[in-house]
Ligand binder design. Structure first.
Ligand code: NAD
Ligand code: WQD
Length: 338
C-alpha cells in the first residue's frame, strides 16, 4: 500500500516516514520551506525501505495534479505540510491562511476529482482548544476562538475535512491533535531542525546547551502553578510518529469515519523548570537561563486527556520525558559535529 506523507522532511513527518517504511511504500512531498534536504539522507539511512521524495509546493495545483498522476495508487495521506510558527502567524496571517488552507484544498480537490478512495490523517494541534480551562483537555472540549491565525488554520482545516468527508463516502479521516512533541530518533540521524531561532522550549534548550544560542529566557515564573512556570504535555516524537501508524490501522479497520478527533499526548504535565531540571540531570549539561516576562498568548497549563487514543487507536506512549530529552540532546550533538 502506498502512503503519501506531505511535509515529510519536517520534524514530525520525517519520524513518521521511518515508522511507515516498515510496512508501507512511502512517498514524501515537501517544498523545503521549513526543512533541509539533508534530512532525506538521514531518512534513507535509517528507513526500513526506500522512501520516494518529490519536491513540490502543495499550493501549486498543477504540481498536486502531477503528483497524483505519477502515483495514482496512493491509498493513504498523512498531511503534515503546514507553516507552524505561532508568533510569525500573528505578524503575517495571510501567508498562514494561504499556505495551510490552500495546500489542504488542493489535495482534497484532486482526491475528489480522481474519485480516490483515501484514508486521510490530518496533523492538528492542541492549539484548536484555545484558552481551555479544563484539565486534562478532552476532545469534547468546546472549541474556543484560536489564540493565533496559526491555531485558526487548524480549526478551519478540521472543519473543511469534516464537511468533505460527509459528502464523500470514500474519504475516511481522522485529525490527530498533538500536544508538545519533543525529542528525536534514537539513531541521532534525524531530529528537530528549526531553520530560524527556535520558538519552542526544547530546541532552544538544546541549542543553548550546544552554545549556538545564548541564555534561555523563561517566559514568566508568576503563573498559578506549583513553581510558577507554565505546564505542558511533552510527548516523544517517536511515540507521536507511532500514533500515525495506529491511526492508519484504525482507518483501515473502520469505514465511514467522518473526521474523528484524537488527542496525542502523554496525559501528564510538566513545568518549564521541570524540563530544565530533567534535561540537566540526564545530560549533565547546565542550562543557563534568566526569567523574562510572560510570552503573549501563553496559557498557564495544558495537558491531554489521551484516553480516547489509548482505547480506539490501541496506541500508548512508551518513552519517558527523560528518554525524550536525552534523545533531543544526542541529536543536537550529532548534528553539530557533522
Ligand atoms: P515542520 O515545519 O518541521 O514540517 C512541516 C513540513 O512541511 C516542512 O518540511 C515544510 O517544508 C513543509 N511544507 C510546508 N508548507 C508546504 C507546502 N505548501 N508544500 C509542501 N511542503 C510544505 O513542522 P512539524 O513540527 O513537523 O509539524 C508537522 C505538522 O504538525 C504541522 O501541520 C504542524 O502544524 C503540526 N503540529 C506541530 C506541532 C509541533 O509542536 N511541532 C504541534 C502540533 C501540530
Ligand atoms: C512551551 C513552554 C513557553 C520557549 C506551541 C504552539 C502550539 C503547538 C505546540 C503547534 C511555554 C515556555 C518556550 C522559550 C520558554 N504547536 N518557553 N522559553 O507554546 O506550548 O505550544 O507548540 O501546533 O500550537 O503554541 O510550546 O515549546 O513554545 O513552549 O519559557 O524560549 O515553554 O512559555 O510555557 P507551546 P513551546
Amino acid at each position: 500500500m502506498k502512503i503519501l506523507v506531505t511535509g515529510g522532511l519536517g520534524y514530525i513527518g520525517s519520524h513518521t516516514a521511518i515508522e511507515l517504511s516498515k510496512d508501507y511504500e512511502t512517498v514524501i512531498v515537501d517544498n523545503l520551506i521549513n526543512s533541509n534536504i539533508s534530512t532525506l539522507k538521514g531518512i534513507n539511512k535509517i528507513g526500513f525501505s526506500k522512501i520516494i521524495f518529490e519536491k513540490l509546493d502543495l499550493c501549486n495545483l498543477n504540481d498536486v495534479k502531477s503528483l497524483f498522476k505519477k502515483h495514482p495508487n496512493i491509498e493513504g495521506v498523512i498531511h503534515f505540510a503546514a507553516l507552524k510558527n505561532v508568533s510569525e502567524s500573528v505578524k503575517d496571517p495571510l501567508s498562514y491562511y494561504q499556505n495551510n488552507i490552500i495546500s489542504l484544498l488542493n489535495l482534497l480537490s484532486e482526491i475528489n476529482e480522481r474519485k480516490m478512495k483515501i484514508n486521510f490523517i490530518f496533523s492538528s494541534s492542541c492549539a484548536v482548544y484555545g484558552q481551555s480551562e479544563n484539565l486534562p483537555i478532552s476532545e469534547n472540549e468546546i472549541k474556543k476562538p484560536a489564540l493565533s491565525p496559526y491555531g485558526n488554520t487548524k480549526q478551519i482545516c478540521e472543519d473543511i475535512l469534516t464537511d468533505f468527508s460527509k459528502i464523500n463516502s470514500k474519504f475516511n479521516v481522522v485529525s490527530l491533535r498533538y500536544f508538545n512533541p519533543i525529542g528525536a530518533h534514537e539513531s541521532g540521524e534525524i531530529g528537530e531542525l528549526p531553520k530560524e531561532e527556535p520558538q519552542n522550549l526544547v530546541p532552544y534548550i538544546t541549542q543553548s546547551a550546544a552554545k549556538i544560542r545564548g541564555k534561555l529566557t523563561i517566559f514568566g515564573n508568576n503563573y498559578n502553578t506549583p513553581d510558577g512556570t507554565c505546564i505542558r504535555d511533552y510527548i516523544h516524537v517517536v511515540d507521536l510518529a507511532k500514533a500515525h501508524t495506529c491511526a492508519l490501522n484504525y482507518l483501515l479497520d473502520n469505514k465511514g469515519v467522518n473526521n474523528e478527533f484524537f488527542n496525542i499526548g502523554t496525559g501528564k504535565g510538566n513545568s518549564v523548570l521541570e524540563i530544565i531540571n530533567s534535561f540537566e540531570k540526564v545530560t549533565g549539561k547546565k542550562v543557563v537561563y534568566k526569567i523574562g516576562p510572560r510570552r503573549p498568548g501563553d496559557i498557564t497549563a495544558a495537558y491531554a486527556d489521551n484516553e480516547k487514543a489509548l482505547k480506539y487507536l490501541h496506541w500508548k506512549p512508551n518513552y519517558s520525558l527523560e528518554d525524550a530529552l536525552l534523545s533531543a540532546w544526542n541529536w543536537e550533538k550529532n548534528y553539530r559535529k557533522t
